[in-house]
Write a protein that binds this ligand. Structure first.
Ligand SMILES: [Zn+2]
Ligand SMILES: [Zn+2]
Length: 319
């Protein structure tokens, strides 16, 4: 195989096997950070796919499916990928953990170990030069989407997630994360086909369901998640000054089911609760509590008294 053909095929093979690095992942990670056309192709496909709506049109069934999938998968990202896999803010069984990871894959944001490794590095080096997605160090657009197009950021740094690499099933899902998008697309095609046959009055079909449930819902979900890297380090208020630019934002908290309380979270990372007060709406935390009430998760970590005391003392200083 010629080198040119190998270079062309590499991103295609990596779509199936995200641990495919013939020269070694370490070599790829040591490259300079730069825009890479081949790495931007999945994001272009995702956005261009939304234009399919020109041909498929819309129906209430398709729009509601897209909205439900946004909510469920945003929770999978914030409640499972972020608060569980990255921060271990609560405990669960090995079987539940597997299904949390599988549901997370359908968000089309790669595997839980890659997600957690990038995010743990972000907390360790927030808004420093090595932070992959800092709007302060690298500009807003780079922090929102640019960093994802750099090959340097593609390999999973397994050294940062040693607690998770104990589980071979998680390594498998992380490596073959394409399983998630395939499951989602097949589910939507079957759902659309069944509704077209058995409930034709709903006016939907397989292609319409794929355009709304896969492309439009996933694109909105993508930008919602990315906004935590970009907007949550630029817009909003700072309760704690810990040397980074993380912010709290009510609007962002609604869009991301609670991740908008990003300054709170940077200050105390291991809490499952990111909205520290009742008026800081944090839908993911309420769902985690509901999962706790059902016995699916336990050992839910919350905000310790000393953090509330610090917040109160800062408030009195500001007044
Ligand atoms: Zn942050
Ligand atoms: Zn975090």
């Amino acid at each position: 195989m010629t080198n040119r053909l190998k270079r062309f095929l590499r991103p295609v093979i990596q779509m199936v096997d995200s641990d495919y690095f013939p020269e070694g992942a370490e070599v790829v990670r040591s490259q300079p950070e730069r825009f890479d056309v081949s790495r931007s192709i999945p994001f272009i496909i995702l956005h261009v796919g939304c234009l399919g709506v020109i041909w498929t049109g819309w129906s209430w069934a398709a729009v509601i499916t897209a909205a439900v999938l946004y909510g469920v998968r945003m929770f999978a990202i914030t409640g499972f990928y972020h608060r569980y896999f990255c921060h271990r803010a609560y405990l669960t069984s090995r079987v539940s953990q597997f299904f949390f990871a599988l549901l997370g894959l359908t968000a089309v944001q790669r595997g839980p170990l890659w997600w957690a490794s990038v995010h743990r590095h972000h907390h360790a080096h927030s808004d420093e030069e090595s932070d992959a997605h800092s709007p302060v160090a690298k500009g807003f657009l780079w922090s929102h989407v640019g960093w994802l197009t750099s090959s340097k950021n593609f390999p999973t740094d397994y050294r940062l997630v040693r607690d998770l690499t104990k589980f071979p099933e998680l390594i498998f899902l992380n490596r073959f994360d394409i399983i998630g998008p395939i499951l989602l697309a097949v589910f939507l095609a079957v759902l659309g086909g069944l509704l077209q046959t058995f409930a034709p009055s709903l006016g939907t079909n397989a292609w319409q369901m794929i355009v709304w449930g896969f492309f439009i819902s996933t694109t909105l979900l993508f930008h919602g998640t990315c906004s935590v890297n970009s907007f949550a380090h630029t817009l909003g208020s700072k309760r704690f000054d810990d040397g980074d630019e993380s912010r709290n934002s009510f609007i962002l908290a609604l869009i991301t089911l609670g991740e908008g309380w990003h300054n709170n979270h940077h200050h105390y990372q291991s809490s499952a609760r990111q909205g520290f007060y009742w008026w800081e709406i944090d839908l993911s935390y309420y769902v985690i509590r509901a999962l706790g009430a059902l016995g699916i998760v336990w050992g839910i970590r919350t905000v310790p008294a000393r953090v509330y005391e610090k917040a109160a003392s800062l408030r009195s200083v500001i007044r």
